[in-house]
Design a protein. Structure first.
Lengths: 322, 262
């Protein structure tokens, strides 16, 4: 039996004429996808190059934001604060969302009555598709006041000796608020990835685990260990989504150039920086190029995370011989 | 339920099934089965495919709970414990099970596959004790000599028959009172099938264990068991000592099944 891969090329001579035509007619559509991606990457590199050439590595390791209309020699940019903010908020989001996604999958799949299960599934699918601006407004108007009053102030008051809670919450817009909102936003995705893998676990392994006298909790742990690659994949996809989320974060993160370990302080992320400042960027030399450099970093982060995530999902399938 | 405190009356039954009915999605699968198996005996449940044998087995250890829209009526007692009067997760600790297709956990080593039961049930206090138990279980499953040098290998390096004996060892490591086997040799080559049968017979010599074996081959049932229950489309057609049923089957259907005609 021949392998499916590359069969179209190696069997060109054997291919009926009508199929050759069909094959050739499909080719442009596939090519468009590659072309768009290549063009995208090219533009990002090309546009960010002047900034990288001017500031070198300090563009990513310094926290300065000194635009000037007077000329290119007067400006200075360093993206450390938004890079740091992107990292902190997305790690926080993934760390909060992972246990919640895992436990909701298990609860819904194993313990909840059928009707609740169906209702919950619909709601979580709906949540994945909601426009992100809705999350942003809700976060700004509902979550932040609540968070400030009931979480941030008590944390600062009682655990203020920890660096992470040492600063005054002020408006409430902060790394913590952004991380939490992002967690809520990525739960549907992580839940979806984990749920798909969970449902793929053959019944025979469920039966085996239960026949060994596993309690519900032990059963949960065995099942989770069976889909560990999918859990890692969900984590990475969630991280990727959190890092690239824009509008909602721009509304709740506070938009301040800040590299502080305090989660209650306002900060910036790359995408919220671009969303906030791009309209004015053209007035200042090099600012647009700096933003393109930030986007390039996002693209690389996104590619790495989804790449590894996809590899992990493949491993799940291999375990069950699919 | 205190598993450890279960005591055995000399003439107590290991398994009592009383008027057991099972419905799945409204379909009547098991139709009023009653039988008793004395301690330290092998019961073979035989019958054609789709006769409800596997469902009966899953009703005994309540894996039936996994099947949506299933309903059970009647009583099952395992060494005196009412299976449907206890938390299913706890009651399963009395029993071990081997399935039709070998299903060692693919993400665990050979060793861990055997050790997982004792670990879950906290049967051992030290690593040495666990090592001993794993060795014991693999010996009982007649697999020790073949895997002693590669306990850390993943189970998929073993042949199908070896994997099935690994699953037997996994079940035995819990020292179950009742061992349920669902056509354990159905997907296994003849050599391994014989080894599994030998292993099962020898278990009864020195263990407090009772075995229920589901099979669709009358030969295996006759070869290995002390009692036979013949099930046909969910009904218990005949139940009794293996010799009696093999030599003097009373029911026409049993005769036909033994001859391989149904």
């Amino acid at each position: 039996m021949g392998s499916g891969k590359g069969a179209a090329w190696s069997r060109w001579s054997l291919m009926p004429k009508v199929d050759r035509g069909f094959f050739l007619s499909l080719l442009p559509f596939a090519a468009v996808i590659f072309a768009v991606f290549a063009l995208l990457a090219y533009v990002l590199v090309e546009e960010s190059w002047p900034a990288i050439a001017r500031f070198g590595i300090s563009l990513f390791t310094e926290n300065v934001w000194r635009p000037s209309e007077r000329g290119v020699e007067f400006v200075r940019y360093g993206l450390l604060a938004p890079l740091y903010g992107t990292l902190i908020t997305s790690v926080l989001a993934a760390a909060l969302a992972l246990p919640l996604s895992l436990s909701t999958v298990f609860f819904i799949e194993e313990m909840a009555p059928r009707r609740i299960r169906d209702a919950f599934s619909s709601i979580i699918d709906l949540m994945a598709g909601l426009p992100t601006i809705i999350y942003g407004l809700w976060g700004l108007e509902v979550m932040i006041p609540f968070l400030r009053r009931w979480v941030m102030e008590p944390l600062h008051l009682h655990l203020g000796f920890l660096p992470t809670f040492s600063c005054d919450p002020m408006s409430g817009a902060s790394f913590l608020a952004a991380g939490l909102l992002l967690a809520i936003m990525i739960i549907p995705y992580m839940h979806g990835v984990i749920k798909e893998a969970y449902r793929q676990i053959p019944r025979t392994y469920r039966e085996a685990a239960l026949s060994l006298g596993a309690t519900r909790y032990e059963y949960f742990r065995i099942m989770t260990s069976l889909i560990r690659p999918a859990v890692v994949a969900a984590l990475l996809l969630g991280l990727g989504r959190a890092a690239s989320e824009t509008v909602a974060v721009a509304l709740v993160v506070g938009n301040a150039f800040n590299v502080s370990p305090c989660l209650l302080a306002p900060g910036y992320t790359i995408s919220s920086l671009i969303a906030n400042q791009f309209t004015e960027a053209s007035f200042f030399p090099l600012m647009e190029n700096v933003m393109f450099a930030g986007s390039l970093v996002l693209l690389i982060i996104g590619m790495v995370f989804s790449g590894v995530g996809v590899i992990m999902m493949r491993r799940v399938r291999r375990i069950y011989g699919r | 339920m205190e598993v450890e405190s279960v005591t055995f009356e000399g003439k107590g039954y290991a398994l009592q099934v009383e008027d057991l009915h099972v419905w799945i999605r409204g379909k009547h699968i098991v139709k009023g089965i009653s039988l008793e198996v004395p301690r330290r005996r092998i019961l073979a449940v035989m019958g054609p495919s789709g006769s409800g044998k596997s469902t009966l087995l899953r009703a005994i250890n309540r894996l039936i709970d996994l099947i949506p829209e299933s309903r059970v009526e009647g009583r099952v007692l395992v060494y005196g414990t009412d299976v449907y009067g206890e938390d299913p997760y706890r009651v399963r600790r009395l029993m071990g099970m081997v399935f039709q297709t070998p299903n060692p956990f693919p993400n665990m080593s050979i060793y861990d596959n055997v050790a997982i039961g004792p670990r879950l049930n906290r049967l051992v206090r030290s690593r040495e004790e666990l090592d001993e138990l794993v060795k014991w279980a693999l010996e009982k499953a007649m697999l020790w000599d073949e895997v002693r040098d590669r306990l850390d290998d993943p189970p998929h390096r073993l042949s199908g028959g070896q994997q099935q004996r690994l699953c037997l060892a996994r079940a035995l490591a819990l020292k179950p009172r009742l061992l349920l086997l669902d056509e354990p040799t159905g997907n296994v080559d003849p050599v391994n099938a014989v080894k599994i049968e030998e292993a099962l017979r020898s278990l009864l010599k020195d263990l407090e264990i009772t075995i229920v074996l589901v099979t669709h081959t009358p030969h295996q049932a006759v070869r290995i068991s002390d009692y036979i229950a013949f099930i046909y489309s969910g009904e218990l057609i005949e139940f009794g000592l293996t010799d009696t049923i093999a030599l003097n089957p009373r029911h026409e259907l049993t005769v036909k099944f033994l001859r391989g005609e149904v």
